[in-house]
Design a protein around this ligand. Sequence first.
Ligand code: NAD
Length: 292
Amino acid sequence: MATIGFIGIGNMGTGMARNLVRAGHEVTVFDLDTEKARDIEGATVAGSGEAAAAGRDIVITMLPAGPVVAKVYRDTIRPNAAPDTLFIDCSTIDVETARVLAGEASGEGFAMLDAPVSGGVAGADAGTLAFMVGGSAEGFARAEPVLAVMGAKVVHCGEAGAGQGIKICNNMMLAIQMISVAEGFALAEKLGLSPQSLFDVSSAASGQCWSLTTYCPMPGVGPQTSADNGYKPGFAAGLMHKDLGLAMAAAEQAGADVAFGRAAFEAYDRMVGAGDAGVDFSGVIRAKRGVD
Ligand code: NAD
């Protein structure tokens, strides 16, 4: 069993850290919000990020965005970590920052992996996340058994940054699918059709996708989702907006045609502009339906 420092006990980090504790790892947690850190039964709560990082076999981060991740690795983790500590950043950040941080870590003798996830809060709680991992084969071999405790699928995607690259492609696909499901329900409603009928048919027909059958944005049909809980996140619209911004920047750099991805980015841009960054991303349906 490993000694693990876990920094960032938010919507995702909570379930992930709990699963590490359950698997018997010695977990020390830190979050700027000390209440959240206290939520992990069986873990030691560190008084600072420095204390969480010092003397561990592995440090895992699950933080909001690239600039925060860069600052935490540069100012807090690397200056305090023991030699040979493996760094695993599970946050979703831009490919370039992931590559730069892995290079800096390597220059100081540390292995660092980017290991963003898919599967949402339910996947984090259930230990069924999908991990997309970028970094060295040696680092991946050390990380895999620990990631497997938190996930159902762990894929080595390539060198540093490759995990983040795959992640932003996946989330662009997710955003487009979520909006397609939202528009389907909004159209059905305006046509006076039953949302339950649309769910019953499409969930077993060619319109089937994760955004419909697992994370349905229409309240009252399908499984219990954020839509049935006032669009409490879940996965906040602000985070989806961030991911789509990363995808748009990458597409521009690569010269890729992402017309539907851009339309999705604009939809989340409007949502964030309307002050709904903290609403679940499935709440994008509210503007389509014309409801608050
Ligand atoms: P969150 O905002 O709930 O959690 C982030 C946590 O980091 C917060 O608790 C915050 O207090 C803490 N934090 C911020 N700065 C810190 C610092 N300097 N030191 C210590 N703690 C700090 O976000 P989340 O939904 O858990 O998402 C985390 C990451 O996972 C994001 O990069 C997101 O894009 C990604 N992600 C989220 C989901 C999802 O469904 N929520 C799914 C896949 C990936």
